[in-house]
Write a protein that binds this ligand. Structure first.
Ligand SMILES: Cc1cc2nc3c(=O)[nH]c(=O)nc-3n(C[C@H](O)[C@H](O)[C@H](O)COP(=O)(O)OP(=O)(O)OC[C@H]3O[C@@H](n4cnc5c(N)ncnc54)[C@H](O)[C@@H]3O)c2cc1C
Length: 434
């Protein structure tokens, strides 16, 4: 049921001073509103969408295991499961065989979730307004930033759903307005835009069971990737990331191109009874953006700060995690009304420390280059050795950093496992994951 949060919770113009103004009630903005709102702070969230039920359709929403603690902290895990969210895990296939994590022992980070955004986005908004001191103003589009004489951002200007222009003031303005952040443009935040050499298309199906049950499958075929994920509502999603030089093959019937991608793959989903359950979704240009997590006294979270190659499936998790890191760093200072500069610097450092390494590997892969020598070594070792496979899954789930993955003992293990792989190559390659 559509709920107009603005009517229900909107405050009057006279009351338009807040502790925090957040631009964007997507994943990162709503999560920040929940976490900061719980500290008793008065929060205004501006959202240009007109209904709290609107959502971002162009997202395959494989939320990585790294986000599980935040999901728990937000108090949405039970409701996600009631909605049918799938506890996700994945099997990877490369030309060297299947990489299976048989040692999933880490309960704290055992899985992430796959859930349709049409359920996730409204749930997060509802949780935010339930905090009590959070207002989400729908149909409100940011159009300016209010600066004090000393150059600090002290508020925002926006056009409301009623066509009236208003201003709101706050101790802190947070940009959570996504990859094309209007707020970042208005504040001239330095932006690095990087080309992605792949395009993506995906669609949802009914009656398409995976041979791996509730476990997702990822296939690397040359420089392309195919994904099949189970979703809530008994849906299965097929998704392909393909290099631009092959776009001609996709120009016509995209359903045919998507479905035939899986034809020759090992252990492919059974499409014989499948019914198409969505329109074709996707994007031809996936270029990503990188901006500093703090600019002047503005904080940036989620895609507004870092929108990585979607093939890595990290954006939703990083959006939730960055909202949590920001809250941890600035929450107390906001409550005490202290100078925010030291805590904003702490947030900027934390964001860089946690994500810069992941971003480095993801952006390198987005060039669409063939597998590197190191990736081949790791893939062969992970097929042959359960411990390498387990640590690789933790790295790809963004639970551990590359430094924690590629330790000297692990590098040695990868080399020795390549010897095992060479000896048992035929047997390991033919091995089915189920
Ligand atoms: C094809 C594709 C597939 C993806 N698949 C995955 C995946 O499998 N796993 C994963 O983790 N991530 C995935 N992602 C990435 C993920 O979708 C994003 O990282 C995530 O949505 C970021 O959340 P956010 O809250 O920062 O931004 P958004 O979800 O984009 O939310 C931004 C919000 O700000 C609002 N807004 C924008 N401008 C204004 C304005 N001027 N005024 C007011 N409001 C405004 C928007 O309406 C929106 O609600 C994928 C992305 C793409 C494109």
């Amino acid at each position: 049921m559509a709920m107009n949060i603005q009517e229900e919770y909107g405050r009057s113009e006279e009351d338009d001073t807040h502790d925090v103004v957040i631009v964007g009630a997507g994943i990162s903005g709503s999560a920040a509103a929940i976490l900061l709102g719980r500290l008793g702070l008065k929060i205004l969230v501006l959202e240009k969408k007109l209904s709290s039920d609107e959502y971002k359709a162009n997202c395959t929403t494989f939320i990585q295991a790294s986000a599980l603690p935040v999901i728990r902290g937000l108090g949405i895990q039970e409701e996600l499961e009631k909605e049918g969210a799938v506890r996700n895990s994945a099997l990877f296939w490369t030309e060297f065989g299947w990489i299976v994590d048989r040692l999933q022992r880490d309960k704290a980070y055992g899985h992430g979730y796959s859930v349709q955004r049409k359920k996730l986005d409204p749930l997060l908004r509802r949780k935010a307004v339930e905090v009590g001191n959070v207002t989400i103003r729908l149909g409100a589009t940011l159009d300016s930033l209010v600066e004090s004489e000393d150059g600090n951002i002290v508020g925002i200007g926006y056009l409301g759903a009623d066509g009236i222009r208003r201003e709101s003031h706050a101790q802190l303005v947070i940009l959570a307005d996504g990859r094309n952040s209007r707020g970042a443009d208005l504040a001239s935040v330095p932006t690095v835009r990087r080309e992605n050499n792949r395009f993506v298309y995906f669609a949802y199906y009914k009656n398409m069971p995976l041979k791996t049950g509730k476990t997702a499958q990822f296939w690397q075929r040359d420089r392309d990737m195919g994904f099949a994920y189970p979703f809530d509502d008994d849906l299965t999603m097929l998704c392909c990331f393909v290099t631009h030089d092959q776009y001609e093959n996709w120009r016509g019937d995209k359903f045919a191109a998507l479905e035939s991608f899986f034809d020759d793959l090992p252990c492919a989903p059974d499409k014989s009874q499948a019914l198409r359950a969505s329109r074709m979704l996707g994007m031809r240009r996936l270029d990503d953006y990188k901006r500093p997590a703090v600019h002047q006294n503005l904080a940036l979270i989620g895609d507004a700060c870092m929108s990585c190659d979607p093939m890595s499936g990290v954006g939703c998790g990083f959006a939730l995690q960055s909202a949590q890191w920001l809250t941890e760093c600035v929450g107390d200072a906001l409550v005490r009304r202290d100078d925010l500069r030291p805590s904003l610097s702490a947030y900027r450092r934390k964001h860089r420390k946690m994500l810069a390494g992941h971003e480095f590997f993801i952006k390198d892969n987005a060039t669409g280059r063939p597998m590197s020598f190191l990736e081949k070594l790791i893939s062969r070792a992970a097929v042959a050795d359960a411990k390498v496979a387990h640590r690789l899954h933790l790295f790809i789930g963004r639970v551990i950093s590359w430094k924690a993955f590629l330790t000297p003992p692990m590098l040695l293990r990868i080399l020795t496992s390549n010897v095992t792989y060479a000896r048992r190559k035929d047997e390991l390659r033919a091995h089915e994951p189920i």
